[in-house]
Ligand binder design. Structure first.
Ligand code: XIL
Length: 302
């Protein structure tokens, strides 16, 4: 096949991109996005600050723009994200204890209910583990409501949208030997053992000099899959350029294809100029919308 989405579909997988509502008027952007990708993640529009700017006043305007663009162009949606320490609305940042726990659960329930039936997979909880060697939970206002906040969020999401796959999503969980990866593996194993509703792990896969693509990335995917969950690469971008970057995209794509429970890959933006890392060139299309060597390597690997 001649596009990323159609090539991924040949093995039952998807190939997605983050979409920003503010760029849907840019025809170069939408032409590439519509042609190449068959899964969409709202880059910011379904986050907590966007969807609940004031407590119990929900705003789905921007999220629905992205969702409607996706569905009207025949694409599926990943939901991102229901519970996170970052991009919280101001009112939530200042909360704690039972009030925050209940506000978080209400947020999960309301947003998952609004998008019920439209979401292939939700990133229910994002980035709950600390970096470095401890393997501990990240300190945050949500974590301080009690260690069970993650499973409580997953149960609320399942009740609100039983048809969506429920994912735990994080970055720097790509290397199987790192403490953070092992800690997420242990949490998922525990959730599966105790019947906490979790269906997938999302690996953001933001790769750069501080977090290089591990040569044994496939081992990480197979370790998660072996726990009985799907694995998705949810926010892929790789610092670099040229052949070196292309080789890294090929390694990541081949790793996913080698694991039957790796359902699909999403890149975190269309062109390099759309990247959240604007000083870098980590995506598959250059600023003019031309295919890069990384694009060709990825397409050939699919
Ligand atoms: C980023 C967006 O790309 C930016 O536009 C925004 O300013 C900050 O968030 N991990 C995640 C994503 O889960 O939601 C983040 O997206 C990138 C890191």
């Amino acid at each position: 096949a001649t596009t990323l989405g159609a090539s991924a579909a040949q093995t039952g997988r998807y190939f997605g991109t983050a979409i920003s509502a503010g760029k849907l008027g840019d025809s170069t952007y939408t032409t590439i996005a519509n042609r190449e990708f068959d899964m969409v993640t709202a880059e910011n529009e379904m986050k907590l600050d966007a969807t609940e700017p004031n407590q119990n006043q929900f705003n789905y305007t921007a999220g629905d723009r992205v969702a409607n663009w996706a569905t009207s162009n025949g694409k599926r949606l990943r939901g991102h994200t229901l519970a996170w320490h970052s991009q919280q609305p101001g009112w939530m940042q200042n909360m704690s204890g039972t009030a925050l726990r209940n506000a978080m659960l209400n947020h999960v329930t309301q947003v998952a209910t609004h998008y019920r039936g439209k979401i292939y997979a939700w990133d229910v909880v994002n980035e709950a583990f600390e970096d470095g060697g401890s393997g501990a939970r990240r300190d945050s206002n949500l974590q301080r409501t009690g260690n069970d906040w993650i499973e409580a969020a997953f149960r609320a999401a399942r009740a609100a949208d039983p048809g969506a796959k429920l994912c735990y999503n994080d970055y720097n969980i790509d290397n199987p030997d790192h403490a953070k990866t092992k800690a997420v593996v242990a949490m998922v194993r525990d959730f599966k053992n105790r019947g906490v509703p979790i269906d997938c792990v999302g690996l953001q896969a933001h790769f750069n000099s501080g977090n290089p693509v591990p040569s044994n990335f496939q081992t990480t995917l197979s370790t998660f899959a072996g726990l009985g969950v799907d694995v998705q690469i949810t926010e892929l971008d790789i610092q670099g350029s040229g052949t070196d970057q292309a080789n890294k995209y090929r390694l990541v794509t081949n790793a996913c294809l080698a694991i039957s429970r790796c359902n699909g890959i999403t890149v975190w933006g269309v062109r390099d100029t759309d990247s959240w890392r604007p000083g870098d060139t980590p995506l598959l299309f250059d600023g003019n919308g031309n295919k890069k060597p990384a694009y060709t390597a990825t397409l050939d690997a699919l």
